[in-house]
Design a binder for this molecule. Structure first.
Ligand code: FEO
Length: 394
């Protein structure tokens, strides 16, 4: 397997996971990569590694450049095992290498691997000299684990950003302009929504700290290296971290006997009459990780469930659990549903939206058994009202 020189003396030596389709519950239809980088200077530095099963692939790429036993430093920007999984094996080959990591990184690596490795812990701004170059480290806690940090190479103006700015895409091409903005935008948004969403405040702090650096290339831990669309992706991260949305609506629902579905489509008609763009996601045909991308973009989120056994339908329960964890803010919520006698589902949806701090400007819709024409007319009008609210929202 060949390495790819991304700048003179700096190589991508990662692994391509063509078959990955599920990354802890996130559907990764395009697979992924685990990006490791080798810096060849007076000292040899490996920045991050790959998931354990791709160790041999990484090793063969390194062997194409240097004897891996010569590695002096292994930088661990992040403990999660998709990046640290091959550290034990590379240290068997390069036993004198020091591990450079954050204080939380050291704690995490010790807990994961129970090894007494030679750690060199760094704080934000710390620099190590490796010959003609220096490496500078910035801690980015909770983007998206407590241990996260990034590595900056001032000489080449490259930021090795680990999970931040990543995308789950398996591709033989390494650079953004070789793949195209549309696919990268879609996959970066999905990645942000499913991995980084809860940490907007921490992302803003990290962006602020990094704005003082001169960066010409961002090489993340997954997917493509940014060199052409760098300003675009930085702008997106700023927007997403601020929970900025478009004036559009997302309708997520599940249905037992079609009543909740009928309500969903009447709401859609009402919203459309106000020229609001709609995304309709039935949970029978859409995966929750894909729906989170729509949540990222949408100002209003309408969630509908019939009542089953005094509660919500389980797929809606799974969606709401996932949503609660990812904590999108500044949304307009609208719960709806149908029921036979108890009718508790709508209240449960409402509680989740309230706990997320969303505005719920209108009374929820909860219709008994099968909606009749009059009820569907009312529902349509409610959709229209909501459309007006979305249009006027700031
Ligand atoms: Fe790509 Fe948080 O690991």
């Amino acid at each position: 397997m060949k390495p790819v020189e991304i700048k003179r003396g700096i190589y991508w030596v990662g692994g391509i996971d063509w078959d990955l389709r599920n990354f802890h519950g996130y559907l990764t239809q395009r697979g992924s990569t685990y990006n490791a980088y080798l810096i060849v200077d007076e000292k040899i530095v490996l920045v991050d590694t790959v998931k354990h099963h791709l160790f041999e692939e990484m090793l063969s790429r390194i062997k194409g450049i240097v004897d891996p036993s010569r590695i002096d430093y292994v930088v661990s920007n992040h403990v999660e095992m998709d990046h640290s999984g091959s550290i034990p094996k590379i240290l068997e080959i390069a036993p004198k290498a020091k591990i450079v990591t954050s204080p939380q990184g050291e704690k995490g690596l010790r807990r994961h691997f129970k090894e007494d490795w030679d750690f060199l812990t760094v704080k934000s701004g710390d620099v190590i000299n490796i010959g003609n170059r220096s490496l500078q480290f910035f801690l980015t806690p909770m983007v998206h684990w407590p241990d996260n940090m990034v590595t900056y190479i001032p000489k080449e103006k490259i930021l090795l950003s680990n999970d931040a700015f990543g995308q789950h895409i398996a591709n033989a091409k390494r650079f953004d302009d070789e793949i195209g903005w549309d696919i990268l935008y879609e996959e970066s948004a999905k990645y942000y929504a499913n991995i980084v969403f809860p940490y907007g405040e921490q992302v803003k702090k990290a962006l602020d700290a990094l704005s003082r650096l001169n960066i010409e290339m961002i090489a993340p831990g997954h997917g493509t290296i940014w060199r052409t669309y760098l300003p675009k992706i930085l702008e997106c991260y700023q927007k997403w971290a601020n929970n900025e949305t478009e004036k559009r609506a997302l309708i997520v629902y599940d249905t037992m006997w079609n009543s909740t579905r009928k309500i969903a489509y009447s709401l859609q008609e009402g919203l459309e009459s106000e020229d609001i763009s709609i995304t309709m996601r039935a949970l029978k045909t859409n995966h929750i990780s894909g729906i989170l991308t729509d949540v990222l973009f949408s100002r209003a989120i309408l969630v509908g469930s019939p009542t089953l056994n005094n509660g919500i339908l389980p797929p809606i329960g799974a969606f709401l659990t996932y949503l609660k964890g990812l904590r999108p803010k500044k949304r307009i919520g609208f719960p709806f549903g149908s029921y036979g006698w108890g009718g508790q589902a709508v209240k449960e949806i409402e509680n989740v939206m309230k706990n997320l701090g969303w505005e719920i400007p209108l009374e929820s819709i909860n219709i008994r058994y099968i909606p009749d024409k009059e009820e569907l007319d009312k529902t349509r009008k409610m959709g229209q009202k909501l459309g007006k609210i979305i249009k006027e929202s700031k």
